[in-house]
Design a protein around this ligand. Structure first.
Ligand code: HPA
Ligand code: ZN
Length: 337
């Protein structure tokens, strides 16, 4: 391990943008297919990996939703999340805010309870095993209707004290944030925090809508905000956290090459950027791989990497005392390097 590798792995950090269904590794896909008697359209793990060449977000989503079909039982969701937490802990993640897509499962007849109870038991286990804390973000699929999102929020009612936030993911183009303004307002009225994917493929106008109509606390991705100076100035002034995902950006062709990633430009513009893995099983790396990719390609120094880690705590939904405790530990760790 190089000094930079060791620094990145050891750096205490939070992960704020992770779809748990996107942490389904091909090996687990095969194991769950076997366990549940589900047929998958691949002959081998290598064939699955070979299929992971995407021209855009929709190419990826088609394969990602198909892969999620092997997830059937509470135990499957537990095993999926437990495997993620083991990987995250090994990458220096001490807190994770994980998105799950209930509609991907309830639309296949899997009860909401099976999904969330499996995830929650893995969250509890990760805290005991690794000291890794976590929060859940219920994400609505934006290609589905507003009524379907309201129905999902209603299904979540018994678990609202175990869900930190709602989010918005899936196909961005043609599904502007505005479509979900009312369901986001309903979620806020129930005390939930709000995040939304915006500006991954969609235009700056979608980022404005996420801010003004959804009233989000964080923007997931936000890359295309850079096309609008006024928007950049506003995001910086408001201290809005952007959950940026470099390897995802590369795999989904949001950027042409990792050397073109704007992470350092974002920091230089005063944007509160963080680094995250999005769908690590599909995009070729977990959170430390993402830090490493931009550190190498963009020449980020230790101060920049520490800023990204600091932003991950201040951008989290942890209570202020917990954030302060994480920042103090981060400073102690930095002082010891
Ligand atoms: N964008 C939108 N929806 C998603 C993504 C993403 O990167 N990953 C999983 N669902
Ligand atoms: Zn995402």
């Amino acid at each position: 391990m190089t000094d930079l590798d060791a620094f990145i792995t050891g750096l205490p950090k939070a992960e704020l943008h992770l779809h748990i269904e996107g942490s389904l590794e091909p090996e687990m896909m095969f194991a769950l297919a076997r366990r549940n008697g589900v047929t998958i359209p691949y002959a081998s793990v290598d064939e699955v990996r070979a299929a992971y060449a995407f021209g855009n977000l929709q190419d990826f989503l088609d394969i990602y939703y198909a892969g999620a079909d092997v997830l059937r039982t509470r135990q499957d969701f537990h095993d999926l999340a437990a495997a993620y937490f083991d990987r995250a802990a090994a990458d220096g993640v001490v807190h994770a805010e994980i998105m799950f897509d209930p509609q991907t499962h309830t639309d296949r007849g899997i009860p909401f309870a099976e999904v969330i109870e499996g995830l929650l038991s893995a969250c509890a286990e990760a805290e005991e095993k690794h000291g890794l804390t976590s929060l859940l973000i219920l994400s609505f699929l934006r290609h589905l209707s507003e009524a379907a999102a309201f129905a999902t929020l209603a299904q979540a009612e018994p678990w609202l004290n175990r869900i930190a936030a709602v989010g918005l993911d899936s196909s961005e183009m043609g599904h502007p944030p505005e479509k979900f303004a009312r369901v986001f307002a309903a979620a806020a009225a129930k005390g939930l925090r709000l995040v939304a994917h915006a500006g991954e493929e969609g235009p700056p106008a979608y980022v404005y809508e996420a801010l003004d109509l959804l009233k989000v606390d964080r923007i997931d991705h936000g890359n295309r905000a850079l096309e609008d100076e006024v928007l950049v100035a506003r995001l910086a002034r408001e201290g809005m956290t952007l959950t940026v995902c470099p390897l995802s950006n590369l795999k989904l062709c949001v950027i042409d090459a990792i050397e073109d990633h704007p992470i350092d430009q974002m920091l230089a513009l005063g944007l509160k950027a963080t680094v995250n893995s999005d769908d690590p099983a599909y995009f070729g790396g977990y959170v430390a791989d993402n830090y490493r990719a931009v550190a190498t390609a963009r020449g980020l120094d230790r101060d920049a990497l520490a800023t990204l880690a600091r932003n991950s705590f201040t951008g989290s939904f942890l209570p202020a005392e917990a954030v302060a405790a994480h920042l103090a530990k981060l400073d102690d760790w930095l002082a010891a390097q």
